[in-house]
Design a protein around this ligand. Structure first.
Ligand code: B12
Ligand code: SF4
Length: 473
């Protein structure tokens, strides 16, 4: 049996306008996870159109396509092409879940929500020749799911092939987030068994890991246990968290002592009214500045993520946000234009108020304005967003941000990391296109690898000692 799994991309790999480095970061973990369910003797091909050329001349027995919002038109085109040849096509992922009616005409079977349990059910039906039109995930756990088929991933094509997810969802409910719609009808935050995680990590060569979980610190007892196990493995890792989880208790100390070196935090907005309107409570009860300070003291680099155009934002939000991010010494910052994803509470409210400009999903990429903001014009929002990126990554701001670090080594390290990341994009793109990513990865990893500062190493040793004493007590 021949199966083709496809992650379509909005723009083909190598086409003008595509940003090779952005799309060569992570392999398609969702599809590689589901591939673990196939019998061993099936012939499986995994094509990630962000980094590979997709050929459409074949006739596999089954085509599986992952659909997210910006790739949805491309996904439907590919699906229609194969179905016209009589090939069975199944569709799943976030956009299928939120736009089932739209996706229905393009697939033989569609999957709502996470498919870790509904996909094996489909496979049984497929073998028996009677597939249902819609499979809805009801069981919500990650127990006994097979190991990710990492052998299907062409590692050399990615900057961060050692990415993994040990949970699904998140404990919070921000109103602009995909999460509540995707997990509707069941649990929306659950974790994988630690022994399975360790087995997956065991498959990953090198030292560095990148957790793509929405919230790596979302379940304190689980994360503590995970960090205790990872600690002995001589790994360094990156992950995402919210502000409150960094300041509550000592979980972050455990993470650092296990090898956490860099963290992604969705600060989203410096306007508390925007946070309130987005139900982002977890960022309101604690001060972001305190979380950043704690992370700096622990030697952890911070990548902050911000959204512009929420209802509490006026035209001053861009400069204020950039100033704040620079003054706080963030290593990198990611800016987004608020985007109402179908299915979210944000989308429903914007649609009800008649503020949606269009439903061209390929433009819902967080870089375009797709709804009418209330505190500024659409033009101001787009200009302000573009300017925020330019300003944050100005040489003078890269330097000012680096200067917030604790000592000269860290200043140099942060400066090279931020400058290398944003100022050298043409070089990164050249490396991607010439197949040299593994070398580039080594350089990036060596920056993350290097000991952060003596103060931090002392601090890490102290944490290790305290933990050790506690264990003995
Ligand atoms: C890694 C990542 C990327 C990577 C790579 C994507 C990839 N290779 O998978 C990159 C950097 C390229 C990327 C880019 C973008 N991303 Co992105 N990304 C993610 C992230 C962090 C992790 C994806 C992941 O691995 N999940 C874990 C796996 C296990 O879950 P999964 O993929 O959903 O798969 C499960 C199910 O969906 C289902 N399933 C999925 N596909 C299929 C197919 C079939 C046939 C079946 C049966 C089942 C099935 O089964 C799987 C197991 O349960 C998610 C956040 C998240 N938590 O998912 C955002 C996320 C998917 N991204 C998002 C967005 C918006 C983008 C961008 C448009 C915008 C941006 N500003 O960057 C760009 C678009 C790129 C483009 N070309 O247009 C949104 C999607 C919103 C939506 N409604 O579609 C998310 C949810 C982030 C968010 N919180 O808003 N992204
Ligand atoms: S904390 Fe992040 S992942 Fe969790 S609901 Fe909010 S935006 Fe979504």
């Amino acid at each position: 049996m021949k199966v083709k799994m496809i992650l379509p991309s909005l723009l083909e790999s190598g086409s003008p306008g595509q940003r090779p480095i952005k799309y060569s970061l992570f392999p398609p973990l969702g599809l590689a996870t589901l591939a673990g369910h196939f019998p061993e003797n099936w012939d499986i091909e995994l094509v990630d159109q962000h980094v590979m050329t997709l050929s459409l001349n074949d006739e596999p027995d089954l085509v599986m396509i992952e659909v997210y919002i910006t790739n949805s038109y491309r996904a439907y085109e590919i699906a229609d092409h194969y179905r016209a040849k009589g090939v069975k096509v199944i569709l799943g992922g976030l956009h299928v879940t939120s736009m089932l009616a739209e996706a229905l005409e393009h697939g033989d079977a569609l999957f709502i929500g996470p498919a870790d349990h509904s996909f094996p059910e489909f496979l049984k039906d497929f073998k028996n020749g009677h597939v249902k039109k819609v499979y809805h995930s009801k069981t919500r756990n990650l127990n006994r799911i097979p190991l990710i088929r990492r052998d299907l991933i062409q590692r050399y094509r990615y900057l961060v092939p050692n990415s993994l997810v040990v949970s699904r969802g998140c404990p919070h409910h921000c109103n602009f987030c995909y999460k509540d719609a995707f997990f509707e009808g069941g649990k929306s935050f659950y974790t994988q068994q630690i022994e399975d995680v360790l087995e997956d990590i065991g498959q990953l060569p090198g030292k560095h890991l990148y957790f793509l979980d929405d919230h790596l610190l979302g379940n304190t007892p689980y994360s503590k246990q995970l960090f205790r196990e990872i600690k002995g493995m001589n790994r360094l890792f990156q992950g995402a968290s919210t502000v409150d989880a960094i300041l509550r208790g000592n979980l972050i100390d455990h993470a650092v002592s296990a090898g956490l070196r860099s963290i992604f935090i969705g600060f989203e907005s410096i306007n508390s009214s925007s946070l309130i309107s987005s139900n982002k409570k977890q960022n309101l009860s604690y001060k972001s500045e305190d979380a950043i300070k704690k992370l700096r003291d622990l030697g952890v680099r911070v990548n902050g993520s911000f959204v512009f155009g929420l209802d509490g934002d006026g035209p001053d939000v861009f400069d204020r946000t950039v100033d704040w991010a620079v003054n706080q010494g963030l290593t990198t910052a990611t800016f987004h234009i608020a985007t109402p994803y179908p299915g979210t509470a944000f989308y429903k409210s914007i649609e009800k108020q008649g503020r949606l400009i269009h439903k061209k999903w390929d433009l819902y990429d967080t870089r375009q304005v797709v709804f009418k903001p209330i505190g500024m014009s659409e033009y101001q929002l787009k200009q302000g967003y573009d300017k925020a990126y330019q300003d944050f990554y100005k040489w003078s701001n890269i330097l000012s941000s680096a200067k917030v670090q604790l000592n000269i080594q860290d200043i140099v390290r942060q400066f090279s990391y931020s400058a290398g990341w944003k100022k050298l994009e043409p070089l990164w793109n050249f490396l991607v296109q010439s197949g040299s990513l593994p070398y580039a990865r080594k350089v990036l990893e060596s920056i993350l690898d290097s000991k952060v500062s003596n103060k931090v190493n002392d601090r890490r040793d102290t944490i290790n000692l305290i933990n050790h004493k506690k264990e003995l007590a």
